[in-house]
Design a protein around this ligand. Structure first.
Ligand code: R2B
Ligand code: URA
Length: 329
């Protein structure tokens, strides 16, 4: 297992940054490294991050990403570009360009943008797409020797009994049986991982939302499903072999179990960020109330406004953290 500080020893000989060596040594005691648990990658010179079109041997990852402290991830590439543009404006670090280059331009699998200490990465729809992206993101952050990284999924969801546009900060991510676990078949065997997110980060984000005072925000459990239609009990998929009554019974049970919203990536996100030693949170806007309807009927402008809400909240949080850090240094 790559333990505390080993990332620093593993610094690639290709990319030394001698001037920063002492700082890294000093911060070794207190900083929180990004962890991998893979003896096969220990000390390797090349590690290809295939779906990012980046590599440890081909790119100077510490120079490109070593300063990353905050990562925003979300389903759509366009939303993640808008997030980085918004962050740049909010942090006052615009570089005169209106277009931030997509760091993963060599592939159309994922998109990645960076401004200052903030990285913005798309993850596509669903658990397999999220987990593939996270394997490569965690490796990237580890190879870049990043420490003390906070990561937030800023996404969309269906609410349960909430006014559309309400933002949900996830306390606990649960599966479709309302249990806080993520199950995956590895070598044909079921492996169960827990889905703990960082409680204090969730509370801080919730407090930030109160300070921001721009939209309704709640803190509660988020259910993660394997599918948008049957997996979420919709009546409007190509197939629906259950009744409207059964749908309502299921969603009501979910609500009674504490579920505030439903989406498709949070369990694997929570499980993998915990393994990678990342401080993680999930903040999703709700596009509709699933107790009332299945189809997303709001106008493009209304949906765009809803989708910007998690971005505004996370940008506010990042700004606050950076201001506090500047005050204390
Ligand atoms: C929320 O919205 C997407 C499906 O429309 C999915 O990525 C999710 O979790
Ligand atoms: N995303 C989901 O996964 N479900 C919804 O109902 C809306 C967005």
């Amino acid at each position: 297992m790559f333990m505390r500080g080993v990332g620093i020893l593993e610094r690639s000989a290709n990319f030394p940054r001698p001037s920063e060596k002492m700082d890294l040594m000093k911060s070794k005691e207190t900083s929180r490294p990004v962890l991998m648990q893979n003896p096969y990658l220990q000390g390797v010179k090349e590690d290809i991050l295939y779906h990012f079109n980046l590599g440890k041997g081909t790119h100077n990852l510490p120079a490109l990403f070593g300063d990353v402290k905050f990562v925003g991830v979300g389903g759509s590439a366009q939303r993640m570009r808008e997030f980085i543009e918004y962050i740049a404006t909010e942090l006052g670090i615009e570089d005169g360009q209106s277009n931030y280059p997509n760091i993963c331009a060599g592939t159309d699998r994922y998109a990645m943008y960076k401004v200052g200490p903030v990285l913005s990465v798309s993850h596509g729809i669903g658990i397999p797409s999220m987990s593939t992206m996270l394997h490569e993101l965690i490796k990237l952050l580890h190879h870049a020797q990043c420490t003390d990284v906070t990561i937030v999924r800023i996404g969309t969801s269906g609410g349960l009994g909430l006014e559309p546009g309400t933002v949900v900060v996830t306390r606990q991510s649960v599966d479709a049986t309302f249990l806080p676990k993520f199950e995956q078949l590895i070598l044909g065997k079921k492996v169960v991982r827990d889905t703990d997110l960082d409680r204090s980060l969730a509370e801080e984000l919730f407090e930030c939302s109160k300070e921001l005072g721009q939209f309704e925000t709640v803190i509660g459990d988020t259910m993660c499903t394997l599918d948008f239609y049957e997996g979420q009990g919709r009546l409007d998929g190509a197939f629906c072999l259950y009744t409207e009554k059964e749908k309502h019974e299921y969603l009501t049970k979910a609500q009674e179990a504490g579920v505030c919203n439903i989406e498709m990536e949070s369990t694997v996100f929570a499980a993998m960020c915990k393994l990678g030693n990342l401080r993680a949170a999930v903040v999703c806007t709700t596009l509709l109330d699933r107790l009332k309807r299945d189809q997303v009927t709001s106008s493009h402008d209304v949906l765009h406004d809803y989708q910007q809400r998690p971005q505004r909240l996370v940008a506010y949080y990042i700004k606050k953290q950076l201001k506090a850090k500047a005050r204390n240094s």
